[in-house]
Write a protein that binds this ligand. Structure first.
Ligand SMILES: O=P(O)(O)OC[C@H]1O[C@H](OP(=O)(O)OP(=O)(O)O)[C@H](O)[C@@H]1O
Ligand SMILES: O=c1[nH]c(=O)c2nc[nH]c2[nH]1
Ligand SMILES: [Mg+2]
Length: 168
């Protein structure tokens, strides 16, 4: 289990907002680049990686497949189910010119594992929480550690009760 506090605040993100935030991230990355290849951390990194790759005109896209939140809000051991392929590791060594993309950094455990594989790569996330922030080179929005981000691919429209209960 993680040492991070269990999040009790929520930060819901719509598709529109996510696209806007990822485009804003890409403007910053454009200044930090150029990048020859993107390594996206699945599955959450797949969506921002598609947007960033389109905007920065990057055609080489690799995945590193990692899961740690097996259960909603509960982090278990980090499992690397697929590492970074030889096209990236042999041609680009430590990862210079490579951009790593994920949807967010929370405790930083996932980021730490990928940074060990590609220490010279540039690490970007759309959202960051304070524990993970030092591991990221570029991000757009910081939320507090006790906030859970709800991504549009994990959510749907549903009824919300009024703030003041008991109305007719
Ligand atoms: O900074 P950390 O505390 O390590 O958490 C961040 C990671 O957690 C989520 O992935 P998850 O393991 O839930 O898998 P998913 O991308 O398939 O949803 C998220 O997409 C990040 O990759
Ligand atoms: O959907 C998610 N929201 C989060 O805040 C988070 N932190 C780690 N993994 C996460 N997944
Ligand atoms: Mg992930």
């Amino acid at each position: 289990m993680s040492d991070a506090p269990r999040p009790d605040k929520v930060f819901p993100v719509s598709w529109d907002q996510f696209h806007r935030d990822t485009r804003a991230l890409t403007w910053r990355l454009h200044e930090a680049g150029p990048f020859e290849a993107i390594v996206c951390i699945t599955r959450g990194g797949l969506v921002p990686a598609a947007i960033v790759a389109r905007e920065l005109n990057v055609r080489i896209i690799e995945t590193v497949c990692i899961a740690s939140y097996h259960d909603y809000k509960n982090q278990g051991d980090i499992k690397v189910m697929k590492g970074v392929g030889p096209e990236i590791t042999s041609m680009r060594g430590q990862g210079k010119g490579v951009l790593i993309v994920d949807d967010l950094v929370d405790t930083g455990k996932t980021a730490r594992v990928v940074r060990e594989i590609l220490p010279a790569a540039h690490f970007a996330t759309v959202y960051a929480k304070p524990m993970g922030r030092p591991l990221v080179d570029t991000f757009i929005t910081e939320v507090s550690q006790d906030t859970w981000i709800y991504f549009p691919w994990d959510t749907g429209l549903s009824y919300v009760p009024p703030i003041r209960a008991g109305g007719d």
